[in-house]
Design a protein around this ligand. Structure first.
Ligand SMILES: *Cc1c(COP(=O)(O)O)cnc(C)c1O
Length: 360
């Protein structure tokens, strides 16, 4: 028998969430962002769910892009960090990939390699996030290089928002970056791609030609002040396991490494086959929500490598074999993430390779 932990992926929910992104941005096409193994959901499960619906797939890893092509995906595929070496370009051309270009050197490599095809290019502008992209003072050199190149196909201008999820009262939002983008784009009349999930949901005027939904596809809310449910998103990954042992403890006894939880009464403690080696956050404190037999209770003490403890004191019916939901259907990953001081993105991406993924 394998350990009872598994991640169930609801493909219908993923499709629902993609179509929600489309319905919010009706004039736009949408890259389904499937980087990081589809935010931990399994690249091919996501690709299967969206194979007929997606306008395109965006990710980082060249090998994953090739995997999608070899699985029969025909839509455009965009490499969000572009290529890294001249050798990468052979596969880019062979598999008809689109590439983000964020440094002049990438365009120089593209020109020098002399590919037999023109590569569709997303030119990334740095409008203030200061991660990737061309700054205003480098636009002259960019224009010159683009004019010289025989290898650049259709060009799209893109940028990425740093604070699209800022709440309505504080934070700078998107307008400052939109202004920077407009100033840099100048007379550009070609296609534009700006919006991530937060912008799609809260600033749909930014939709333009292509949007780039990521976390919303997986049913995570990009916002601290609005839940996935309120946004109409459905959970895609349910991390499920079972109770594998029960301890009856007396007042004053402690639970787990470091003895950080002390019982203030007689308690029943359930031990769940799920720990940080499965991707559950070790820093989730006592009180992090968890479902046992569909009912909400709390974790107790420190998360171990392979196990964690939950409070079964008021759960007389629960015992060895009772199903446990760590997050997903009935318990939003966002709530668990908040309790652990992180975001659902990180919970999903951290799902460990040893956890079997089952698509339904
Ligand atoms: C990851 C990523 C996205 C998706 O962001 P979400 O916040 O998950 O919607 C969009 N664009 C780029 C360039 C990205 O790297």
């Amino acid at each position: 028998m394998p350990r009872p932990i598994r991640a169930r992926i609801d493909r219908a929910a993923l499709l629902h969430n993609y179509l929600l992104a489309k319905s919010r941005t009706p004039g736009s096409r949408a890259w389904a962002v499937v980087k990081a193994n589809a935010y931990g959901h399994g690249l091919m499960h996501a690709a299967d769910a969206l194979a007929d619906a997606a306008d395109g797939f965006a990710l980082l890893d060249l090998a994953e892009a090739v995997t999608l092509r070899e699985a029969g995906i025909r839509q455009p595929i965009l490499l969000l960090e572009g290529f890294f070496t001249a050798e990468d370009l052979e596969l880019v051309a062979e598999h008809r990939l689109s590439v983000v270009v964020h440094r002049l050197e990438q365009l120089q490599i593209l020109r020098q390699v002399g590919l037999p095809v023109r590569v569709p290019v997303y030119v990334k502008l740095n409008t203030g996030m200061n991660r990737l992209g061309f700054r205003p003072e480098s636009l002259g050199a960019l224009r010159e290089e683009l004019a010289k190149s025989q290898a650049v196909g259709d060009i799209t201008l893109m940028t990425h928002f740093a604070e699209a999820d800022g709440d309505r009262l504080s934070g700078r939002g998107i307008d400052w970056q939109l202004q920077a983008f407009a100033a840099m784009a100048g007379e550009w009349r070609g296609p534009v791609s700006l919006a991530n999930s937060a912008a799609i949901l809260r600033h749909p005027k930014t939709a333009r030609d292509w949007v780039r939904p990521g976390i919303m596809l997986y049913g995570g809310s990009p916002f601290a002040d609005e839940s996935a449910d309120q946004l109409g998103l459905r959970p895609v990954m349910t991390l499920a396991s079972e109770i594998i042992a029960v301890q009856a403890i007396a007042t004053g006894e402690r639970v787990g490494y470091g003895g950080t939880f002390v019982a203030d009464r007689e308690m029943r403690v359930g031990v769940v086959a799920c720990g940080y080696a499965d991707g559950y956050p070790r820093h989730a404190p006592t009180g992090t929500p968890v479902l046992v037999g569909g009912r909400r209770t709390r974790t107790l003490g420190r998360v171990s490598m392979d196990m964690l403890a939950v409070d079964l004191t008021d759960f007389r019916e629960a015992g060895v074999g009772t199903p446990v939901t760590l997050w997903g259907e009935g318990l939003p990953a966002d709530e668990v993430a908040t309790a652990a001081g992180t975001i659902s993105y990180e919970l999903f991406c951290a799902l460990a390779g040893r956890v079997p993924i089952e698509a339904v």
